[in-house]
Structures are given as C-alpha cells and as structure tokens.
Design a binder for this molecule. Structure first.
Ligand code: ATP
Ligand code: MG
Length: 438
C-alpha cells in the first residue's frame, strides 16, 4: 500500500457532521449582515507581501514571525513577486476599496468570511489555517458606526445562543495623544527594564504600545502599573468615546473599560474593543476590532475613516459547544430504497422531481460490483441517514406507477407507520408532505 498522507500541522479538515455547524453559523451571519445592510466582499487569499507589511505594521507578531510568504516563480520579465497568504482580511479590503475607488459615492458597509493563515504554535483556539468572519464600515467617522458594529456582533451572539461573553472597550486616541503617552510609557518601561522579556526590550523603542498586549504573565505587574493611554486623551477623543458608550448603554450592551487593551495590530486609533469569554482557556478572545482612520491613506488611498471587527469562527463554534447551545442536526427528508438496479433510470427521474419540489433525498447507491444490496441493509442505511421517510421503489409498486412511502421516525400512530402508495405521475401532490416542517 502507498504511504498515507496527512494534513499540514495546525491546518484542519472540517468534516461532516461538524461542517453542518459551520454552515449553520454562516447562514445566520448572512441573514444578520443583510439586516444591517452589510454587503459581502471576497478578496484573493494571496496578496503582495508588501500589503501586509504596510497594512499591519512591521513591528507586530504577524509580520515579524507569522506570515506564510514565498517568492513566486518569475514571469516572462524575470520579476519575482513576493506573495503572502493573507493573515487577516482588513488590509486586503482596504486595498480593494482603494483599487476600485469604492468610496467615490459614499461610505460602504462590508463583510467577509474565509480562511486566514498565521504560523503560530497550534493549540486549542489557535491554528495555522483558521477562519474569520469580519465586518468593516468604511468612510464613516462617528461613534454611531462603532456602536452599530458592536450591536451587530452582540445580535450575532444572541442568534447563536451565546451569553457567556463580556465586552471590553478602550480608546487609543489620536496620534498626537499617543506620542505624549508613548514618551511616558517608554520612561516607565525603562525604569523596570529588568522585568521586560527579550521581545519587549526589542520593541521598547520601535513599538512600546505593543508591549501592553503581551501574553507573558511575568510582565503583568509592569504592564498594569504603566501609564494609561486613556488619561492622555483630549476632549474630541473623549467625546467620541462617550458617544459610543451612550449608545451601548441605551441598548443594554454591558461593557467594561480595559485601559490595557491595545490590540495586536498597528493600525488602530480611537475605539478598540474585544469580546472575551472565560470558557475557552487561554484563547478567550472571540471577536476583536476597532477604528482605523489612518489606514486607507497609509495604503495609498484617499484618506477616509473606517472601523471594523473580526471574529474567530473556530473559537465561536467552540464556545457554542462549551455552552451546550443547540445547533440543528442535518438529515435528508427521505432515503430512496432501490431493491433492483434495473429500476434506477425511473428512480432517478422521480428523485429529480422530488428535489425540484424542495424535498431532500438521499439515494441508496451500490458500494461494489454486487448490485444494490439486500433490503435489510438498505433499510439500515435509511435509518442511519436520519431521514424521516423511506421511499421504496419495489418492482411491484413501480409496475403500478407508484412508490411506497414509509415513515421511519416521528410517526404518531400505526396508520402513519404503514406504507402509503403514492403515484409517480403526480409527485407534486404528495411531495410537500415529506419536507421537514411542511
Ligand atoms: P490573539 O490575541 O488571540 O492572538 P489576535 O489579536 O492575533 O488574537 P486578531 O488578529 O484581532 O487576533 O483576529 C481576530 C480574531 O480572530 C481573534 O479574536 C480570534 O478570535 C481569531 N484568531 C486570531 N488568530 C487566530 C488563530 N491563530 N487561530 C484561531 N483563531 C484566531
Ligand atoms: Mg495573535
């Protein structure tokens, strides 16, 4: 036998029946996004490496050590493209809106779903291919859009049956306010240089704010005693923050101020926020985002404000499981039992007609050269499929132009459990009765 092959470390297959939970979540997201008038955007998975260096920032975990990058084979001019598999989608969205001049007629509300790639140490809630769903509102400056995005996320948790989360918010102010804080932060960190780890020492002058985002528990004390950015904000930044809080309060969305919240990416200003839970161990952030008013200009576009968030699909699904919230199991409405292979052309015609009428039908299929298999084994498969009905295409029934419909589960009385013969020349007359909920 040939040697068995395995998936890449940190990259997972999503298999049935679990994949049904993914589809269920994605369906809920699509419906909700439509209610908030957010439109779908799909950007390529591969982008020029430069996009992420400029978009995410050079001194960040992602750009320093987590990107899957490679040099493409040269094209006919001998140029090599440096390409990267997207580690996040905001930079790509900003590129796309700039490239297509999408803000020419006003702001845009967009959402995306898809795989992202980061070379991190795989563990629960942290994978090398993982999936994000994100929402971005571009071209809007006021706190009402920050609030709308947070309300949208909170509505999603409700739709998904999640209650075990809390919202942390902070404001990073504007660049001038940050510069003043930065000087005092560096002074504080220098004073405690002996308590900093190697990475923090390296970032002390290139990106000290990022040190507040450390996951190293040994640095907890020095980070907690650091000067708070929120104390450096001027009246305009505070007014924006107050505007957000007033809307959240009016809508009953509880929040806590976390002055240490800075986010792992460089591009944020003013509002930043995270939805966190204690039920997923170390990887407790299920959704994170904030305002990035300078990114579009920095990426070569006409400057415009923007705000957005991204949620981790694996973590959200894990939390749903953890909370025991119900997701719908999937099963076909009916299973087609086919005793004799000679009947298959007629059977498939009938199944096509049923499916066109909205009935989901699983067809019995042979697994080897010995035909369709015994009735007993076919009924076992029918039961295992979870279908509520078996459609038995026996020779005697087919000779009369009929099919036997047999309830497999959920039938309340003996009559309903018996076989009912239904005509094949008028499938519409009885198809609806097979549909779940129909
Ligand atoms: P963390 O602090 O957990 O590393 P992050 O700040 O790097 O997260 P973002 O870049 O803001 O995360 O991504 C938004 C969300 O995507 C996170 O809150 C998380 O739910 C999810 N996420 C990020 N990285 C991973 C990963 N490697 N595996 C699974 N989910 C992830
Ligand atoms: Mg990270």
């Amino acid at each position: 036998m040939a040697e068995k092959l395995f998936a890449v470390k940190g990259m997972n297959d999503i298999l049935p029946p679990d994949s049904a939970r993914w589809e269920w979540l994605e369906d809920k997201v699509r419906l909700l996004m439509a209610r908030y008038a957010y439109r779908n955007i799909r950007t390529p998975i591969l982008e020029h490496t430069q996009l992420f260096i400029r978009g995410i920032g050079e001194v960040t975990d992602i750009v320093e050590k987590e990107m899957y990058s490679f040099e493409d084979r040269s094209d006919k001019h001998g140029d090599h493209d440096h390409l990267t598999m997207r580690p996040e989608n905001t930079a790509s969205v900003v590129r796309a809106i700039t490239e297509h001049n999408m803000l020419y007629d006003g702001g845009k509300r967009l959402y995306y779903m898809g795989p992202m790639f980061r070379r991190e140490r795989p563990q629960r809630g942290r994978y090398r291919q993982f999936h994000q769903i994100g929402a971005e509102a571009l071209g809007f400056a006021g706190p009402e859009v920050d609030a709308e995005l947070i309300l949208l996320a909170a509505a999603l948790w409700k739709e998904l049956g999640l209650s075990d989360w809390r919202l942390e918010i902070n404001s990073l102010g504007q660049p001038a306010e940050r510069a003043e804080h930065r000087a005092q932060l560096i002074a504080h960190l220098e004073k405690h240089a002996d308590m900093l780890d190697e990475e923090a020492r390296r970032r002390l002058h290139s990106n000290p704010l990022r040190i507040l985002d450390t996951k190293n528990p040994a640095m907890k004390a020095v980070v907690e005693s650091a000067p708070r950015l929120i104390d450096f904000l001027g009246p305009q930044s505070l007014a924006h923050f107050d505007g957000l809080k007033a809307i959240l309060d009016a809508n009953g969305v509880a929040w806590t101020l976390n002055p240490r919240l800075v986010r792992g990416l460089d591009y944020y200003n003013l509002t930043v926020f995270e939805f966190v839970t204690d039920r997923l161990g170390a990887q407790g952030t299920i959704c994170a985002g904030g305002r990035y008013d300078y990114l579009i200009g920095q990426m070569g576009g006409k400057p415009a404000p923007a705000v957005g968030w991204a949620l981790g699909v694996e973590r959200v699904l894990d939390l749903i499981k953890e909370q025991g919230a119900a997701t719908q199991p999937v099963a076909p409405d009916a299973y087609a039992v086919v005793p004799d292979a000679g009947a298959l052309p007629v059977v498939l015609q009938a199944l096509q007609a049923l499916r066109a009428l909205g009935v989901s039908v699983q067809m019995h299929a042979s697994t080897g050269p010995d035909g369709m298999g015994s009735m007993k084994s076919q009924f076992k498969k029918a039961d295992g499929s979870g279908a509520r009905f078996a459609l038995v295409f026996g020779q005697a029934e087919l000779a009369e132009g009929r099919v036997a419909v047999k309830a497999l589960r959920g039938a309340r009385d003996a009559e309903a459990q018996a076989q009912i013969l239904q005509p094949l020349d008028n499938i519409a007359a009885w198809a609806r009765g097979l549909c779940s909920g129909g």
